[in-house]
Write a protein that binds this ligand. Sequence first.
Ligand SMILES: [Zn+2]
Ligand SMILES: [Zn+2]
Length: 428
Amino acid sequence: MFYRAFTRNTFIASLTGAALFGAAILTLDVDIRLKDAQAAATPATGEQSLAKPSPDRDVYYPGTEELAADEMRVIACGTGMPMPRLKQAAACFVIELGNGDKFIFDMGNGSFERIHALGIPLDYLDKVFITHPHMDHMADLATFYMTGPQNNRSVPLRVWGPGGGGMRPEWGMKAAMDHMEKTWAWMSGTLAGTIDTTAFKLEVTEYDWSKVNNVIYEDNGVVIRSLPAIHFEGTASFILEWSGLRLAFSGDSLPNKWWIEHTQGVDLAIHECFFTPDMAMSKWSFSSQEALNAVTTVHANPSYFAKVMAMTKPKHAVAYHFQNDFDTQPIIRKAIEQIYDGPVDYAQDFMVWNVTKEGVRTRMAVVNPEAYPPPPLKEKKVEAGGDRYQTPDSVLAGWPEEFNALAEEIYSDFNQEHGTDYKFQLKK
Ligand SMILES: [Zn+2]
Ligand SMILES: [Zn+2]
């Protein structure tokens, strides 16, 4: 059992790793081996068959598994740092519930392509919760937002982010989203009247980041609360509660009494875990002062992470927000294990957690690196009217007349194939 499962998983993981991440294979394999050791200890729940799919899946293939009515699935779509790398995007986790609800917690740079690889129609992914406006926690919100029409989102985007609490209004989420909309004025303006731009509508909710255990979302049996974090100002952590399950999520934070009080015994605690000072110097070329400051006064180093987990005893802990490689993970693991001996996953992108009252199951997702947008769930509607954008005549004057015949031929072929009667015209 162990040998068979090990061989098959290592092969699949290596194939995916080779296609996506190259050098990541080694790390991936180490974790898969550990997971297999756990899986091997668990008896199969169904009969094996030569013709039917295996009853127990050792990896997660997105879109192929039903969630139980009281089950939660969390998928890491960004576990790394602001420094860009192929293997890890910056902070982002997708949460799927058995009632059909889906949420995105943080959306750091590089994360949208990971989300997209899961193949979830974007109409189901309209709720994004941001812990704080650092780019490694919200930079891909712009990509997600502005590519909405092309990626078949036919509903407005809803964003929850910090504001109030004595912070300057211009640092709050409403100001940030207002500027984001304005930054892309050319793009949305030139698309007006030619595609369905419903996806460009934004519904922004600023929550007071300074309030403790503050309900910022409540619908369909799901409650999301915010806690203040210690990370400059205007930073929060979240607790999602549904069907008796509790998930705690920190964007960035030093250990803080609010987290320690309110996340006791949660089912899944996802918390930042930075490098040690020495690692910050050797890997990031930080000066000694910069390194110490960053990992002891702004972020949680592995020892802080471990002590927080020892004090809160989650059923399952997840350490993220560091470059998780063959040479970094052992150092972080060693620092944590000196203080905390509970279950910890050292997160990588596409790690998946299935959370039920019975416990937490960790696997890696095998995703499609050649994803296309999932089809729209609603009929696309282009708004008619006087706002339709028209390219200026001075620009169209550059069109070579010799291309008219070629364009008309394309139209003729298309009309014949599809039974339509479109006419080629550059000017609308
Ligand atoms: Zn931050
Ligand atoms: Zn961060």
